[in-house]
Design a protein around this ligand. Structure first.
Ligand SMILES: [Zn+2]
Length: 422
């Protein structure tokens, strides 16, 4: 009965939420929150990593007032208690789908909504700590997309439920203002630091949003599929905050079979510590600001954990790799072009390296050798798995792997004539 009354109350009181529209947090909001939170307890941000607010407290919803804020996040994103407290209610509530109500003091409650049944991790009477995971983001009840609805209320069993703006308690630590060219101050320092952490060149971290910082923002936006306008709104902040360095995984790196510095892997690219240039004896000059001149090409290194790292394929076009446990072995060798004939007819050029002749993979077609291509340089030839090597961006197969036992050769000027006998 008691539960039923609460459900009915919730139904009467709840202000429907939840049109997901991204509204930037203006500087005024951040400033307002900062002022108001100066004298109030600071709550922790409830959805770590997701800082966009799609709907604010007090917005008019067809005659009713939005009693909280909406924080979009993917389904099942964990959320946390904003402050120490005791769970007052946890379960179904009309409009909320499910809700969790936590009592923090005699007159302050935090309320969390839209979870599915399996997204409620606490029960009435539980003591919770600030930052403790208490549920998972859902889209249950009156909701048009996955988000957490958060309220700060001074009573739960009153009608209407008296609530205030949760941003009063959330402070500014997760509220970032819109920034653009010409802005200055500590938020610009934060922006520059995040960009540099991710390998984007902002020059000196000076809190001054100049053209270099703008260029870095545009590059970051392009890399992350955002509108590349150089203006840092909530979506750009969110990406900056969520794609941490850990998005680049550490991988093992070997150079010509010998263990090297660990590298990093992300977005399909392996980054190799720049000292590999020395190890491989690849000619280069360093121009400063992460820019290398390698064999006549200008290459921008990426700053990762304070070190300069170069995408492996920019180290030198003469580079190939093999997978090893947890990483890659990079192989640098100067491949010498040689003449190749197939059954006496001139063919594509081949290469000679590491005491082996390499033949352009199309030789399989020309010689009518049955094969299938599995991708990633892997061929199945005569039932055998053969890994082609990339030389100057093209796949080459070691001559004696073209067809084991059925390929022989005779020497010709500057190379070989390969003879296939089915
Ligand atoms: Zn809402």
């Amino acid at each position: 009965m008691a539960v039923r009354i609460k459900v009915v109350m919730a139904m009467m009181i709840l202000t429907l939420c939840c049109v997901i529209a991204i509204v930037p947090v203006g500087k005024e909001n951040a400033a307002k929150a900062a002022v108001e939170s100066a004298s109030t307890p600071a709550w922790t941000w409830p959805v770590p990593g997701y800082t966009t607010i799609s709907s604010y407290f007090g917005e008019n919803r067809s005659g009713s007032i939005h009693k909280g804020i909406d924080i979009p996040a993917p389904l099942n994103t964990p959320f946390v208690a904003v402050e120490d407290g005791v769970v007052e209610l946890a379960g179904h509530a009309s409009g909320f789908g499910n809700w969790i109500v936590i009592k923090h003091s005699t007159n302050l409650y935090s309320i969390y909504g839209h979870m599915y049944d399996d997204g409620v991790y606490v029960k009435p009477g539980d003591t919770v700590k600030k930052g403790q995971i208490i549920g998972a983001v859902g889209s249950n009840g009156e909701s048009s997309g996955p988000h957490l609805h958060l309220e700060a209320c001074t009573a739960v069993y009153a009608t209407p439920r008296p609530c205030v703006d949760p941003l009063n308690y959330l402070g500014t630590q997760e509220q970032y203002p819109k920034l653009q060219y010409g802005d200055t101050g500590p938020y610009v320092v934060k922006l520059q630091t995040l960009l540099e952490d991710k390998g984007y060149d902002v020059g000196v971290i000076d809190g001054d949003f100049g053209s270099r910082t703008k260029n870095a923002v545009i590059l970051f936006q392009q890399d992350n599929g955002l509108t590349a306008d150089g203006i840092v709104g909530q979506q750009t902040w969110q990406k900056l905050l969520e794609t941490t360095q850990s998005s680049l995984a550490k991988v093992n790196v070997q150079l010509n079979g010998a263990a090297f510095n660990p590298g990093f892997y992300g977005n399909g690219t392996t980054y190799v510590y720049w000292r590999a240039l020395d190890k491989f004896k690849i000619s280069y000059t360093f121009k400063g600001n992460g820019i290398f001149l390698i064999e006549g090409r200008t290459v921008q290194a990426k700053i990762i954990n304070g070190g300069l790292y170069i995408p492996w394929n920019l180290l030198s076009p003469k580079m190939a790799f093999k997978s090893i446990a947890g990483g890659f072995n990079f192989i640098y060798s100067v491949a010498t072009p040689i003449n190749i004939q197939l059954n006496g007819k001139a063919f594509n050029r081949g290469y000679f390296k590491n005491n082996n002749a390499y033949v352009y993979w199309r030789a399989l077609n020309t010689l009518k050798i049955p094969y299938s291509f599995k991708g990633n340089g892997v061929f199945i030839i005569g039932g055998q798995k053969v890994l082609a090597e990339t030389i100057n961006g093209v796949m080459y197969i070691r001559w004696n792997q073209l067809s084991p036992g059925k390929i022989t050769y005779t020497r010709i000027t500057g190379g070989y004539n390969f003879i296939y006998t089915p």
